[in-house]
Design a protein around this ligand. Structure first.
Ligand code: GLA
Length: 375
């Protein structure tokens, strides 16, 4: 990717870049729609990255090199993300000078692998390096998150930006979104991560996402009439049942039930991973998928077919939809060495459901964002 970006740079600009900034996409192993509810998430940065080359300039000139994934819907949107990052930096009293920039990406966009978060983290990282601003990875993630919320207008949680900024090679990152404490948990060598892209674009799902955020807020505001509740993190299943008895509407009840049970599953998943209990990993992910489908209503026929196909394929340990849902990808944990057989069987079964050929690829948990001076 860096070479591709450098080549495109040389075709467009006279002077060399001063910084090289890269940031990965992410896949979430478990903990879905919990981040904006102060819950637990367990993502890993993946080996697909965004690269931003930049140098200060009198005028902004932000371009993209040709990218590997032909399915990119963003077009001129690259610039919008850069400007959102500048606005977020400047709001913090930090300087983000005008730049010449070249962007290249191997993160599929519109697939729920956080290509936008990677882009934001890479741009903030570029300005951080260029101006020696001294932002820590956590502060870079926070700035990128503010860019997305305040200036792009999606009310997302912080998971994607944190995973991209904090990723550790070979590890998934367990984050407590209430305290922002996080720890890297090494994935066993005998497990391989696979991403199963339905190719059903998520591009139109933002409205539903914001709707889910509101529904969770509605549950919190109902519950806080009974006792002090800051977020769904403060609520037990018992509290929720009581609230239903007191008149909490069924939709808000089911959204909250997903969030509460999903937090419990993240902790169980971590324990099962550390204990090497593969059967438990499988059933925890099945339960997560079911809860996202039935209670949170963010699965789709293609995601259901993909998860079912993967579960029946050789070598599969666990599979579920990942990310915001309503299109996008499933994630699977499979036995190392079984990828080709797994891919073939999953694809054949998925196509039998009548869906178009999916994109199924192996990935590895990877290091987070890095920015440095170019020399
Ligand atoms: C999107 C958002 C994240 C998170 C997930 C669902 O990726 O950007 O903040 O809410 O959906 O877990």
């Amino acid at each position: 990717m860096i070479e591709r970006a450098l080549k495109a740079w040389a075709d467009h600009f006279d002077d060399p870049p001063t910084v090289v900034s890269t940031a990965p996409g992410r896949v979430n192993l478990i903990g879905e729609h919990t981040d904006y509810n102060e819950g637990l998430v367990f993502p890993a940065a993946i080996d697909r990255r965004v690269v931003v080359l930049a140098r200060p300039s009198a005028e902004d000139d932000i371009r993209s090199a040709q990218i590997r994934d032909a399915k990119d819907h963003r077009g001129p949107g690259w610039r919008r993300y850069a400007l959102a990052c500048r606005a977020a930096l400047e709001e913090n009293g930090l300087s983000a000078p005008r730049i010449q920039a070249m962007v290249a990406s191997s993160v599929p966009s519109g697939s729920g692998l956080s290509s936008s978060a990677a882009l934001e983290v890479a741009f903030v990282g570029a300005w951080n390096a260029m101006g020696s601003l001294g932002l820590t990875p956590l502060e870079i993630a926070e700035t990128a998150w503010r860019a997305e919320n305040a200036h792009v207008g999606v009310r997302c949680g912080r998971m994607d930006q944190m995973a991209s900024a904090l990723g550790v090679d070979g590890c998934a990152i367990l984050i407590d979104m209430r305290t922002r404490d996080w720890q890297a948990v090494r994935l066993p060598e005998n497990l391989q991560l696979a991403i199963l892209d339905t190719r059903q674009s998520r591009a139109l799902a933002a409205g539903k996402y914001n709707e889910r955020v509101h529904e969770c807020e509605r549950a919190v505001s109902f519950l806080s009439k009974q006792r002090p509740v800051q977020s769904l993190r403060d609520v037990t299943l018992g509290d929720l049942d009581e609230a239903r008895g007191a008149g909490l509407d069924d939709t808000a009840f089911r959204r909250a039930r997903h969030v509460i049970t999903e937090n419990l599953r993240v902790a169980e998943f971590r324990d099962a991973l550390l204990a090497g209990d593969l059967a438990a990993l499988g059933s925890i992910c099945d339960a997560s998928h079911m809860s996202l489908k039935e209670d949170y209503e963010v699965s789709s026929p293609s995601l259901d077919a993909m998860a079912r196909s993967a579960r029946a394929a050789p070598g599969c340990i666990a599979a579920r939809m990942t990310g915001a849902g309503l299109g996008g990808c499933c994630v699977a944990l499979i036995e190392a060495g079984s990828f080709e057989d797994f891919r073939r069987a999953t694809r054949a079964s998925y196509e039998m459901y009548g869906f178009a050929t999916p994109s199924i690829f192996a990935t590895r948990a990877s290091a987070g964002a890095v920015a440095s001076f170019y020399s």
